[in-house]
Design a protein around this ligand. Structure first.
Ligand code: 6R9
Length: 691
């Protein structure tokens, strides 16, 4: 299978092994270097020598084994977990080729296990009962808490018992709409313990988005809290849930129980709106239940959770992950990409409402018995130094965040960083979007004092865990490249026709085989699963991302190639924003594209045509933006509204987004051929508008 090992061969051409690696200092890393591609940043010999994978050669050996004998490679790793019953003889089975029948992926099928048991009970039995599992840091400095593994288990069990008591059974769904309180991971783990499927909805989503998700997955219970403080604002979270539940009831689906945590530091119960019979205070009932709860043993392929993500149509996709493979994959990727040591203190700034918070706040770290930080607040509150204040307070060694935060802190100036020590930091991580080389360098030089390797992890809600990622001690990094594929993955680049391209090239990023953490379906819509991911390039999983590979075999992700925009690391479908805009009574038509944004990576640029006679006014602009905030959430609010008397369309009526993208990015002399437009004067009219 020599083609599988193509990129491994290029590893052999890397300049040196760990033993010989020299550490380039910050001066060498300056902007002066002409080509990003040739700009290698080496891990220090001290770092490499203690790393789990300490040289390209060691990676190549492990990678080779994972390709030649994937079943052996992964079953050896999976054996370190607790299985009530081991999986059937076949470690995995897969069909990624729609021409051969339905797409199907199974790992460790027949194995009986429980991910909550492996996260908590197993680590406690291994002697980690008194180790801190979660440090919680509140929005206000000085407000904090912590739970050891034993304490966390007790809390999880009480909630599991409560949920069982109110009738939640294996296979039922629970929707969780909570901010970053410890109760969020507790709720996820409690569901997992009793075999219920959790569906966490990011607490920044609006009531419309929440009700849409509730209608799709029909939960028995919704878990929320009354209010939350974020920065200097207080949000009445439960009122959003109330509106959503009312909306659902109108459409014929009633949720019988809304378990509400009283978040006293934000809001008291006296001022919380309440519906007797449906609403229950967490604190009044959950603590009364036993802190011991038998595990519900499940099959490796039983569902663990649903997480909705944006696609290129208006309807969000319910990405479904199952138990065994996800467990093994998140734990293993966490361990290697962060070079995890039991003494590490780990902080991932992501919210559990996104996949990063599922795999790398909750499951990955806790499966490894790690100590993780859960931070409630905003990263720049009360000022831009808060992250480093937290890093020093807890002696954080592994810090994982998104490029958008790096860029915004970079803009605020180095003083906020250098006033803190940060000397505990060992590895930095990046996720959510490509990290531009200048942000990479600032992260490396200023935050990490040119000492900490950066793990730029490329992956997706669908992939469950890291796919292309540095192993920080193993090989030199290139600022802006996610480097090489993780074990077992055959990451290939294909052309328009779906043929694999070799060597130095660019094209569409696909994966050739299944991996344990892969999603198994889109909830209730296997056909859409196949159409979106497996039909564009037959025989492959299509990521939706563009990618190039350089002469040394390094992978460079170049962003989405579909109608999805990546705003501050959040995936937003252009169709979702368009549908929110056209729901406004005075909007006739809307077309949304992304444009380069200094801090957010991409911003949202909306071209809007109004109904006949409506005034193009500032007031209307505001109310259009409000429509999007209300229907999706504040994070999806358009940055720009460009009034469009008409939209550029082909004769068959298709909007030519290519032209709109050029206008949005002010590349006005690159509009290209507009003669195929049904009405070429539309472009002139657009440019004549005040924008
Ligand atoms: C984990 C997560 C997935 C999309 C993905 C890609 C972009 C994520 C990246 C990255 C370049 C990285 N993306 N990490 N692009 N380098 N390190 O973000 O999941 O919300 O599903 O988004 O994000 O475009 O396709 P998700």
């Amino acid at each position: 299978s020599s083609d599988h090992l193509r990129h491994v061969d290029s590893m052999a051409r890397l300049p040196s092994g760990a033993g010989k690696i020299t550490h380039l200092n910050a001066v060498v890393l300056g902007e002066a270097l002409a080509s990003e591609e040739n700009d290698l940043v080496f891990p220090s010999p001290e770092f490499s020598s203690q790393a789990l994978v300490s040289s390209p050669e060691q990676y190549v050996k492990m990678y080779r084994k994972s390709i030649d004998d994937p079943a052996g490679f992964w079953s050896e790793i999976a054996s370190q977990f607790y299985w009530k019953k081991r999986w059937d003889t076949q470690v995995f089975s897969e069909n990624l080729d729609v021409r051969k029948g339905n797409v199907k992926i199974e790992w460790f099928k027949g194995g009986i296990t429980n991910i909550c048991y492996n996260t908590l009970d197993r680590n406690i039995q291994a002697g980690n009962g008194d180790k801190v599992a979660i440090f919680w840091e509140g929005n206000e400095p000085g407000q904090d808490g912590k739970l050891t593994y034993s304490e966390l288990l007790a809390k999880v069990c009480q909630l599991s018992n409560y949920l069982k008591n109110v009738g939640v059974r294996k296979g039922d769904t629970v929707v969780i709409y909570l901010p970053m309180l410890m109760e969020l991971p507790i709720s996820m783990l409690a569901c997992a313990r009793i075999g219920a499927m959790h569906s966490v909805v990011f607490a920044g989503f609006s009531s419309d988005s929440l009700s849409q998700r509730i209608m799709d997955c029909k939960p028995k219970v919704v878990i929320t809290c009354n209010g939350v403080r974020r920065g200097s604002k207080t949000l009445a979270l439960k009122e959003i849930v109330d509106t959503a539940l009312l909306e659902c009831a109108k459409s014929g689906f009633s949720v019988g129980l809304c378990l509400t945590y009283e978040n006293q530091s934000a809001m008291s119960r006296e001022v919380t709106k309440w519906l007797d019979g449906r609403d229950v205070w967490w604190q009044d009932f959950v603590p009364k239940f036993s802190s011991k709860c038998e595990v519900e043993w499940v099959d490796s392929e039983d569902p663990l959770f649903l997480l909705y993500t944006s696609g290129s149509t208006g309807k969000p996709k319910g990405v479904l992950h199952t138990t065994g493979g996800y467990m093994v994959y998140t734990a293993t990727t966490f361990k290697y990409a962060f070079d995890y040591k039991p003494s590490d203190i780990y902080w991932c700034t992501a919210d559990c409402g996104w996949i990063t918070g599922h795999s790398y706040v909750t499951y990955g770290p806790l499966l490894n018995g790690a100590t993780a930080i859960v931070y409630e607040g905003a990263p720049n509150y009360p000022d831009s130094g808060r992250c480093w204040d937290i890093v020093d307070k807890y002696k954080v060694t592994l810090f994982y965040t998104a490029p958008t935060l790096v860029r915004s802190l970079m803009r605020d100036g180095d003083e906020y960083v250098t006033r803190y020590s940060r000397k505990s930091l060992r590895v930095l991580g990046s996720v959510g979007e490509p990290i531009n080389p200048s942000a990479w360098r600032w992260y490396f030089n200023v935050i990490g004092d040119a000492r900490c390797p950066i793990s730029d992890t490329w992956w997706q809600t669908e992939t469950g865990g890291f796919m292309i990622t540095p192993l920080p001690g193993a090989w030199p990094q290139k600022p802006g490249s996610a480097t090489f594929p993780f074990f077992r993955l055959q990451a290939v680049i294909v052309d328009e026709k779906g043929s694999e391209i070799e060597g130095e090239c660019s094209g569409y990023l696909c994966i050739k085989n299944s991996w344990p953490g892969a999603f198994r379906t889109l909830y209730g819509d296997h056909e859409r699963y196949e159409t979106t991911y497996f039909k564009p390039f037959l025989g492959y999983y299509f990521s939706g991302d563009g990618c190039s590979r350089d002469k040394d075999g390094y992978y460079w992700l170049t962003g989405r190639v579909d109608d999805v925009i990546n705003v501050s690391g959040h995936r937003i479908g252009t169709a979702e924003v368009e549908s929110a805009l056209v729901s406004h009574p005075q909007c006739a038509e809307a077309a949304v594209v992304g444009f380069e944004h200094e801090v957010k990576g991409q911003g949202i640029y909306a071209f809007v045509t109004l109904v006949e006679g409506a005034p193009y006014s500032e007031e209307l602009r505001k109310s259009l933006i409000l429509a999007v905030r209300n229907q999706i959430g504040a994070f999806a609010a358009p940055d720009k509204i460009h009034w469009a008397p008409g939209l550029p369309k082909t004769r068959s009526g298709k909007i030519m987004r290519r032209i709109l993208r050029k206008i949005a990015s002010r590349q006005l002399d690159e509009l290209g051929d507009i003669s195929t437009l049904a009405d070429p004067t539309v472009v002139e009219q657009l440019l004549a508008m005040d924008f």
